[in-house]
Design a protein around this ligand. Structure first.
Ligand code: IDP
Ligand code: MG
Length: 150
């Protein structure tokens, strides 16, 4: 089992695409174990994107991700990281495959709609950056008597 952090970025929220994006992950079989609407602080944005700190686009990236509310979603599943990244599509929307979120809804790299973690290790770290353990519901598909709804 892996975890991945999904962010429905400000451009996707402003375009009313949250439901469409959630639907695609759900249909893939990835389980929602946490979800919240929040406006990301600069501190959290700089931590989340720390690996890009030296890149020329870093300032614009932090401005963009903090500009308006985002929907943060924690997903769990086998191979959740690579499955989610395939559903999201390539970083440059112009090169993203049709059928992926970026390939169907995006054109510019600076407005590419969705974030998804890039490794299982980073998925755990990023989910923990955005959610307290008490906000996550792992193994939710088992009910009180142990029945599984898959
Ligand atoms: P990813 O989101 O597909 O994992 P990363 O390379 O991790 O892509 O880059 C993080 C985010 O930084 C991208 O999703 C995009 O919003 C932004 N970004 C990456 N490269 C550029 C660029 O060359 N110009 C502007 N923004 C960029
Ligand atoms: Mg990345």
């Amino acid at each position: 089992m892996e975890r991945t952090l999904i962010l429905v970025k400000p451009d996707a929220m402003q375009r009313g695409l949250a439901g469409e994006i959630i639907k695609r992950f759900e249909q893939r079989g990835l389980k929602i174990i946490g979800m919240k609407l929040l406006q990301i602080s600069r501190e959290l944005a700089e931590r989340h994107y720390a690996v890009h700190r030296e890149r020329p686009f870093f300032g614009a990236l932090v401005d963009y991700i903090t500009s308006a509310p985002v929907l943060a979603i924690a997903l769990e599943g086998s191979d959740a990281v690579s499955a989610a990244r395939m559903t999201i599509g390539a970083t440059k929307p112009a090169e993203a495959a049709p059928g992926s979120i970026r390939g169907d809804y995006g054109l510019e790299i600076g407005r590419n709609l969705v974030h998804g973690s890039d490794s299982g290790e980073n998925g755990e770290i990023e989910v923990a950056n955005f959610f307290a353990a008490s906000e996550l519901r792992s193994g939710w598909s088992r009910d009180v008597d142990g029945w599984v709804f898959e």
